[in-house]
Design a protein around this ligand. Structure first.
Ligand code: PEP
Length: 255
């Protein structure tokens, strides 16, 4: 069985003091090791956050990274730097990066490879726009996003990776995919990867992201191909995030 995972991505919000307070509350409340908890603060707070985590049950992740290993890339942050400040995970291809910063699937695949090369676990974000869903194109869009990574990095790279299915129309909108919609697309993603390697696909953790709240988390996480959640807005409220984590943990298996 796959361990559940709940990851918080609080984007470009908060101040240094607010970040520290949020982390402190999460660290004090998340003690279960049956379920993986990852928090992804802004770059600028990563090292300070790592100190607060004190090697406990909460892991550190970043929201993005540079596809290049090092050099003249002003303003960018490399995989090696993330590793150096204590990160274990990094989001790649979040829909806001794709939509607002022009990141296409080939670039996302290079970021995935860069993360992998330094031993970080990439959290590969996939998802379709509302118009694409309404046109019945969800599978072709999400399938192409996965294929770009498989082509560059190989299926073996998914043995150390997490996938997050995040329908763009559900991110930050309050409109959540139904548990059945999430399950259907998660099963498609797993099946697509199973064509390459059934064992890796069966072990891959696929998170759902898009307006997950304490009130709807359990209904989504209980679906057989949903292995937890990537949480945006609700991760800024410690109580809400902790309740979402508890929902996943209540469904979790040890090991
Ligand atoms: C996200 O940004 O990845 C996300 C899922 O946001 P929200 O939970 O706010 O929809």
């Amino acid at each position: 069985m796959r361990r559940k995972i709940v990851a918080g991505n609080w984007k470009m919000h908060g101040s240094r003091a607010e970040n520290a307070a949020l982390v402190e509350t999460i660290v004090a409340s998340v003690t279960s090791e049956r379920t993986t908890c990852v928090i992804c603060p802004p770059f600028i707070y990563l090292h300070e956050t790592w100190r607060q985590l004190r090697g406990g049950a909460v892991a550190l992740g970043a929201q993005d990274l540079c596809a290049e290993a090092l050099g003249a890339h002003t303003g960018e942050v490399s995989a090696a730097m993330l590793k150096d400040v204590g990160c274990e995970y990094v989001l790649v291809g979040h829909s806001e990066r794709r939509a607002l910063y022009g990141e296409d699937s080939p670039l996302v695949a290079r970021k995935f490879a860069a993360a992998h090369s330094k031993g970080l676990t990439p959290v590969l974000c996939l998802g379709e726009q509302l118009a694409e869903r309404e046109a019945g194109r969800t599978h072709s869009i999400v399938g192409a996003q996965i294929d770009a990574v498989v082509q560059l990095c190989g299926i073996q790279s998914f043995a150390q990776a997490v996938v997050a299915y995040e329908p763009v129309w559900a991110i930050g909108t309050g409109r959540t995919a139904t548990p059945d919609q999430a399950q259907e697309t998660h099963a498609f993603i797993r099946q697509r990867l199973a064509c390459e390697d059934a064992k890796i696909a069966a072990g891959l953790r696929i998170l759902y992201g898009g307006s997950v709240k304490a009130g709807n988390a359990r209904d989504i996480f209980v679906m057989p191909d949903v292995d937890g959640g990537l949480i945006g807005g609700a991760s800024l409220k410690a109580d809400e995030f902790i309740a979402i984590f508890a929902a996943a943990d209540s469904l979790a298996v040890s090991g």
